[in-house]
Design a protein around this ligand. Structure first.
Ligand code: C2O
Ligand code: CU
Ligand code: CU
Length: 510
């Protein structure tokens, strides 16, 4: 049913070779495909007219002493994203973003995911310390009822029909996680259609702090999308049914960029705020777009952002930033103090990585005076990183584009049958990551410490990370401890087009 990966790549390469030369050149630098803009055909809305919505928090269907039980259905739904147009999306419980799951550290959550879509799906909890059978290995499909899979060569795949129960032990510290689709070869289009949501873990350590909370703690899912003239989502799939052929034409192999900025599903929204501190849990849920967040105007008296957390929860102590660079899948937990602005001010969250409409993200309107009970202590959390001297192995992984093979790791495209590393349970390793190009690199199961990032750790590498953004020609050493579970997991580039077009590898904890 599905062409083999080699056939797909041959296709992609040969479809590129018949394009006119200027098109290839504009899409490639030194032969590497660059991310490319998909231009909307729908009229784009004026910025800052939509209202930011708060993503609903999912209610458990049942609780017992051991576990909270949730149910999600991946289904088609109609959303109102652009004014006057209806957009068909694929959403968890029909929402884009999906509902937020709130979990307690140490208290397991079980999610029953039903597949009401016409294609296989897989769910992955990104940042989760999850046993392999619930991690969402890319071939662990939930097939639609009655779906016949004609060609499947991963004999380890755990394939079910209609629904699966994912169990998340939550034996991990408070952090901003997210869940998203992870179907092999089709993650990019399925996330683009809406299959992503927040999963927030809370714990006592964090709650003892008086960080901004309640309505002053806001998860913001930022992503770019493009729209056809009828309001439907526009994406350059070779096969829009997502049933047979995977991938996108060669000129989009570097990544697909949208020209509409969405925050919590609304285009360039606005939010009224009080003149107090707010905690913004920001997720870059884009397929391929990087952001550099900044505030305009810059507030008086210091840096606009105080970073309190990263992918894996609170930092040891806050880090002040003038701007924050974010690659796909990274999370930054940022405090913004609106008391630095006068009542009546409009404050734009900008994206300095782009100009024009995509240089803006959303706008805050400081409309009311309120007492501020929150404080940001200079010590946020105790973090015990492993000792680099304990590392028992160093592994080198090179992430690069090869003209005959596509996006590769150590020259090889993803193959579920190949094991790229077998770390031992409860041991520590150093992974040396090298890139030819921008690649946000992600490991399942673990969080890691960045030891070096083409020199010293970069300004955005503090705390526990699960995704690290490497620029062209960079090298990073990360310190990883493999704990909790034995089994097979993936690591990959989180530019979703790179991931689908084979920049993924396997490791097995033994
Ligand atoms: Cu967020 Cu393997 O992914
Ligand atoms: Cu992950
Ligand atoms: Cu990449």
């Amino acid at each position: 049913m599905k062409p083999s990966r080699r056939e797909i790549l041959k296709m992609a390469v040969s479809s590129g070779s018949v394009l006119s030369l200027p098109a290839i050149e504009s899409g490639c630098v030194h032969g590497r495909p660059q991310p490319r803009l998909m231009t909307s055909r729908a009229p784009l809305p004026k910025p800052f007219e939509a209202t930011l919505s708060r993503i609903p928090v999912l209610k458990p269907v049942r609780l017992d002493s051991s576990t909270d039980y949730y149910e999600l259905t991946a289904q088609q739904a109609t959303a109102q994203i652009l004014p006057g147009l209806a957009t068909r999306i694929w959403g968890y419980n029909g929402g884009f973003p999906g509902p937020t799951i709130e979990a307690r550290s140490g208290h397991p959550v079980s999610v029953r995911l039903r597949n009401a879509l016409p294609v296989p799906i897989v769910n992955h909890l990104h940042g989760g310390h999850t046993p392999p059978e619930s991690d969402g290995y890319p071939t662990d499909f939930i097939l639609p009822a009655g779906f016949v899979l004609s060609d499947m060569h991963d004999h380890m795949a755990r394939i079910v029909q209609r629904q699966r129960d994912y169990v998340y032990p939550n034996q991990q510290r408070a952090a901003t996680l997210w869940y998203h689709d992870h179907r092999m070869d089709f993650t990019a289009p399925q996330v683009w259609r809406g299959l992503a949501g927040f999963y927030i873990i809370r714990d006592d350590e964090e709650e003892q702090l008086r960080l901004p909370r309640g309505e002053k703690e806001i998860p913001l899912l930022i992503c770019d999308r493009s729209f056809d003239s009828d309001g439907s989502l526009l994406y350059p799939s070779l096969d829009p049914s997502l049933l047979k052929q995977a991938g996108v034409p060669h000129e989009y192999m570097g990544g697909v960029l949208g020209d509409v900025m969405l925050v919590n599903g609304a285009p360039w929204p606005r939010l009224e705020v009080a003149n107090t501190k707010y905690r913004l849990r920001i997720l870059n849920a884009s397929n391929a777009r990087r952001y550099e967040l900044a505030l305009d105007p810059v507030p008086g008296g210091g840096a606009p952002f105080l970073q309190i957390g990263s992918d894996g929860g609170l930092l040891r102590s806050p880090v002040a930033h003038r701007s924050v660079k974010m690659a796909p899948a990274e999370r930054f937990d940022l405090v913004v103090d609106f008391s630095k602005y006068r009542i009546g001010s409009s404050v734009t969250l900008r994206n300095q990585a782009d100009d024009g409409p995509m240089g803006q993200i959303m706008q805050f309107h400081v409309t009311r005076q309120e007492p501020d009970e929150s404080t940001i202590p200079s010590e946020l959390s105790r973090i015990a990183f492993p000792d680099p001297a304990q590392a028992i192995a160093t592994r080198v992984f090179n992430f690069s584009y090869r003209s005959m093979a596509g996006w590769t790791i150590n020259g090889k495209p993803y193959d579920p049958a190949r094991m790229d590393a077998r770390p031992k349970l409860d041991t520590t390793e150093i992974w040396r990551l090298e890139t030819d190009f921008n690649h946000p690199l992600h490991l399942h199961l673990v969080h890691f410490q960045v030891l070096s990032h083409s020199g010293r750790p970069g300004p955005y590498d503090a705390g526990w990370k699960d995704t690290i953004d490497l620029g062209p020609g960079q090298t990073a050493n990360i310190l990883v401890r493999f704990t909790g579970f034995r089994g097979r997991y993936v690591f990959h580039c989180h530019n979703l087009e790179h991931e689908d077009m084979s920049m993924m590898g396997n490791f097995e904890v033994v």
